[in-house]
Design a protein around this ligand. Structure first.
Ligand SMILES: Cc1cc2nc3c(=O)[nH]c(=O)nc-3n(C[C@H](O)[C@H](O)[C@H](O)COP(=O)(O)OP(=O)(O)OC[C@H]3O[C@@H](n4cnc5c(N)ncnc54)[C@H](O)[C@@H]3O)c2cc1C
Length: 467
């Protein structure tokens, strides 16, 4: 008899949903987590702090109101780190409380400590005082996530030279910042600090950023970020960073030097599996600290499953949660359907971006014909009311069967709006559904109808010419 039917390592989105799902299946469940990390990277250092910070920045700077009230409009003149942290800490506290309460309601035991495998079905838990106890479980679900990757050549001090974890510990809003790496996290923080008035330089080795997104949308984002005084240095690498008493100098391989109060590295993330003493159960991690799983999230050890960032791509809170729920069902030998293949991407830059399905480039490369339907927020009453003149929604429609192949949204509410397109695509409803549907007025959702009419008019024009 084991102590638990299911033991989950890590309480991030993957671990949480795995634990709750197993408990709902009437299993005896425990979650292991380090004292200060309940809710995982997601709640403590990643998704939730960054998205709350963004909300605080938008509110306090009044950025979204400036089309209405003029470029000098601000809610608060001198925005301090304290102003920003207050909102972040409030939300983190509430979210941790929600998780604790959900665990308690579902009889999921929360065990505090750092977990390492000691033997088959056995995990040692070491507390803050260094005391180790062991727990046993029939099934183990590993959801220990990642930490920021830190290049060996860089001397991080968590004040001047930081990674994304260091953002929430900044003592003041920097006047200037170098962001190394134009991935999602780098660009999200670049836009937040640019909105706060920090002079941001983004250094990226590749010649473009967020290349998995729609090119037109990324061009629009770059235009907006440049308007907020962001400088892009594409095809450039940081060779070294010098730290000085009053800031740092980033030395680029091309010989350029960029002075900044803060240098933030956003150089990918490293899995934590190597810290788990996987040898004890006959499992290995790859060079990036990640674990390989099959389509049921099972590792090569039949009672051990893994979900979330520790298994790699796509490494999102959204997908980690669903992986956790599915893995719990597989671990408990309970029937469950597979994850929907159509998954949205949300990027919380300023303005925000979201899409589902395929891009124009992707379809063109695959020689799949498509028609484009576009709605611009400035032509929607809701766009005028909220003062968003730049937002747009684009649908890609198959001219053969009239199904939607992709939806790309840029501007206010993009990450919410995309789900309408996702549902239409998931239900195979196609462009005609959107043409015929009545939407609330005035809304941004109405952009779907406008874009659908645009695509339909273009397709009809071509059909007429063929007649
Ligand atoms: C700045 C930033 C912004 C992000 N924004 C978004 C976003 O907008 N949308 C989105 O979907 N995703 C976002 N992500 C990604 C998202 O945070 C992750 O995909 C998600 O947190 C991964 O969940 P997880 O279940 O793998 O566990 P994680 O959240 O990574 O948590 C793992 C937990 O395991 C614990 N752990 C590790 N080792 C041990 C051990 N040995 N013993 C006990 N516990 C251990 C850790 O303490 C940690 O709490 C963002 C990430 C970052 C860094």
């Amino acid at each position: 008899m084991y102590d638990y039917d299911v033991l989950v390592l890590g309480s991030g989105p993957g671990g949480q949903k795995a634990a709750i799902a197993a408990a709902k299946l009437d299993r005896r469940v425990a979650v292991v987590e380090r004292r200060h990390m309940i809710g995982g990277v997601c709640i403590n250092t990643g998704t939730i702090p960054s998205k709350t910070l963004r909300e605080a920045v938008l509110y306090l700077t009044g950025l979204n109101q400036r089309e209405m009230y003029g470029q000098s409009y601000r809610l608060k003149e001198d925005i301090t780190v304290g102003d920003l942290a207050a909102r972040t800490q409030h939300v983190i506290g509430r979210e941790i409380d929600v998780i604790r309460s959900q665990f308690a309601r579902n009889q999921v035991r929360l065990l505090t400590g750092t977990a390492r495998f000691t033997d088959a079905h056995t995990v040692g838990l070491t507390d803050d005082a260094g005391q180790t106890t062991t727990v046993t479980a029939d099934k183990v679900i590993i959801a220990t996530g990642t930490r920021p990757a830190r290049p060996d050549t860089v001397d991080f001090d968590d004040r001047t030279i930081i990674d994304s974890d260091g953002i929430i510990n900044l003592e003041r809003v920097p006047r200037s910042m170098v962001v190394v790496g134009a991935g999602v996290i780098g660009i999200e923080y670049a836009s937040m600090f640019a909105a706060l008035g920090t002079k941001v330089t983004v250094v990226e080795r590749r010649d473009r950023m967020l290349e998995f997104c729609d090119l037109e949308v990324i061009e629009a984002l770059k235009y907006h970020l440049r308007d907020l005084a962001v400088t892009f240095r594409f095809r450039e690498s940081v060779a070294s960073v010098e730290r000085h008493p009053r800031g740092a100098v980033a030395m680029l391989e091309s010989g350029k030097q960029i002075a900044a109060d803060t240098v933030m590295y956003s150089a990918g993330r490293q899995g934590t599996a190597a810290d788990l003493n996987l040898d004890a159960i006959g499992l290995t991690a790859d060079a990036r600290g990640r674990i390989t799983v099959d389509e049921h999230y099972r590792t090569s050890v039949d009672y051990a499953y893994a979900v979330g960032d520790v298994i790699g791509f796509p490494a999102l809170a959204s997908t980690s949660m669903e992986q956790g729920r599915l893995a719990a069902h597989h671990a408990c030998d309970e029937p469950v359907r597979e994850m929907q293949p159509l998954q949205p991407i949300g990027i919380y830059t300023i303005p925000e971006i979201s899409f589902v399905g395929r891009t124009e480039d992707d379809l063109t490369d695959a020689r799949v014909p498509f028609e484009v339907g576009i709605a611009r927020y400035r032509e929607l009453a809701r766009g005028q009311i909220i003062g968003d003149s730049y937002g747009m929604l684009k649908i890609l429609v198959s001219p053969t069967d009239r199904r939607l192949l992709g939806v790309h949204v840029f501007g206010t509410g993009a990450t919410e709006l995309v789900h309408i397109g996702q549902t239409v695509m998931g239900c195979d409803a196609g462009v005609d559904y959107l043409v015929d549907a009545v939407f609330n007025y005035p809304t941004l959702a109405e952009s779907y109808k406008v874009a659908a009419l645009d695509a339909m008019n273009k397709m009809r024009h071509i059909a007429r010419l063929h007649d």
